[in-house]
Structures are given as structure tokens and as C-alpha cells.
Design a protein around this ligand. Structure first.
Ligand code: BTN
Length: 237
């Protein structure tokens, strides 16, 4: 429990791997910015909207990145899209045949089943951001609200650390673009592999057509009688 089993550096990050933690979201906050905490398992893996993220020691990837978020001119919540894009590209680089799509705001689907979830937490006091990512590499939970899958189940064969490194390469490249050109570049790339764009969806229990993302990543939903701007939530169907 809470034993460090590996410590390495990659790019500008210190990567610390534990055997088991409650949640990498909590443990990473004990370190300095640009630390990544990876765990083989989590006893209290956190998902969005207080859901549980199933985190057994089964070869899946669970990690959190701690970043400085102290520039008041930047909208750090946009990094949830950037992270999804970076992980999608990482998974796609090990794949040759599957449909890999981004489900608003930051899930990744392979063949319409969820294989990756992303959770962002801000600490307003310290001005730090934690990006937590879980990827089902080997196994996936059943009876979830949205059907799940694992990379191995879709014939994608990748080792956890190789996926993490590919993600970090992509993340840093996209982060530089985001700082240089703003969110518009990320938004455009994100929309190219978007699940159900211009199709019927149900988001926060409301049905409508997913028309677009606005310039900040808000989902634009055309319902029977009005246009809704959805800032947070989850798509089902
Ligand atoms: C979601 O609900 O889709 C987000 C899931 C995020 C899970 C990851 S696993 C690593 C990090 N630690 C956690 O406790 N949660 C995130």
C-alpha cells in the first residue's frame, strides 16, 4: 500500500509509480508541479460526477498529472479537451483498424464503447490543476452507464508506459499549440474525431442534435424548440 515501485523522468515530467493508492488525484497533490503519479491500482478511483472508477491491479493505466495553473489569462478547463485529443492520438498510433472517437467532453470511445475517462480538478488556493486519466488497457467494467471496452478487447496491444509516453509527447505538442494559438486549434482537431456530431444525442437527460462546440468547448444542442448551450455533463446514446 502506497509503496513507490518505480521513479523515472520523461520530457519535463517526474513520473512516480505506486503499487496502490486511494486515488492518484489525491497523491499527486503532495508533489510539485510536473509530477505524474501512476498507480497499479486505486482503492478509491474517482470518476466524473462522484462515480467510481474501477481500478484493480489488472494492467490498466491510472495516472494524474499535476500542473501549474497560475496564468489568469488561460482557461485551464480547455485542457480537458486537449488531454482527450492527446490520448486519442496516442491510442490511434498503436491501432490500424478501429474507430476511435472523442465523446464530449473528454471520453474516448473505441467502436462506440468507452475505453478512457478523464477527470480535472482545480485547486484554487495553490493554483494547481490535476488531470487524471484512466485507460482500460486489459480489462473493462461491465454494467456501466455507457458500454465499456478495453484496448486489448479491440485488438490494440500496447504496454502502459509506452501509451503514457506517447500521450505525453502529444500533450506537450498540443499544449504548446494551445498557448501559441489558443483553443481554436484544439477545437478544430477535436471536432474531426467527434462522436455523434450532427446526430441525435441525449445530454443531461435532454435530447437534441449535437450541432457544434462553441469557441470555449460548450456543446451546442438543437432541441425541438430551442438551442441549448451545455457547459458540463455527459452524453448518453
Ligand atoms: C470518468 O468518469 O470518465 C473519469 C475517470 C477518471 C479516472 C482516472 S484514473 C486516474 C485518476 N485517478 C482517479 O481517481 N481518477 C482518475
Amino acid at each position: 500500500m502506497n509503496k513507490i515501485i518505480n521513479q523515472t523522468q520523461f520530457l519535463n515530467y517526474d513520473i512516480i509509480e505506486f503499487d496502490c493508492v486511494d486515488s492518484t488525484m489525491n497523491v499527486v497533490k503532495n508533489f510539485s508541479a510536473n509530477t505524474i503519479v501512476v498507480a497499479q491500482s486505486q482503492s478509491n478511483g474517482k470518476g466524473k460526477s462522484d462515480r467510481v472508477w474501477s481500478s484493480e491491479n489488472n494492467g490498466n493505466l491510472y495516472f494524474s498529472v499535476l500542473l501549474n495553473a497560475s496564468d489568469d489569462k488561460l482557461n485551464y478547463s480547455q485542457l480537458s479537451f486537449l488531454s482527450g485529443l492527446a490520448m486519442r492520438e496516442a491510442i490511434a498510433s498503436f491501432d490500424i483498424k478501429n474507430s476511435i472517437l472523442l465523446k464530449w467532453p473528454n471520453d474516448i470511445l473505441i467502436n462506440e464503447k468507452k475505453c478512457c475517462g478523464i477527470l480535472l480538478e482545480f485547486d484554487l488556493l495553490s493554483k494547481k490543476l490535476v488531470i487524471g486519466i484512466g485507460v482500460n488497457i486489459k480489462t473493462y467494467p461491465i454494467n456501466t452507464m455507457f458500454n465499456a471496452t478495453a484496448l486489448s478487447n479491440e485488438s490494440i496491444d500496447v504496454e502502459r508506459y509506452n501509451l503514457l509516453k506517447e500521450f505525453l509527447n502529444n500533450f506537450n505538442r498540443l499544449f504548446d499549440e494551445w498557448k501559441k494559438y489558443g483553443f481554436s486549434v484544439i477545437r478544430e482537431k477535436w471536432l474531426k474525431n467527434c462522436y455523434k456530431l450532427n446526430q441525435k444525442i441525449k445530454v443531461n437527460e435532454v435530447e437534441g442534435i449535437f450541432k457544434d462546440l462553441d469557441k470555449d468547448g460548450t456543446l451546442i444542442l438543437e432541441t425541438k424548440d430551442k438551442i441549448l448551450y451545455v457547459k458540463s455533463g455527459d452524453i448518453f446514446i
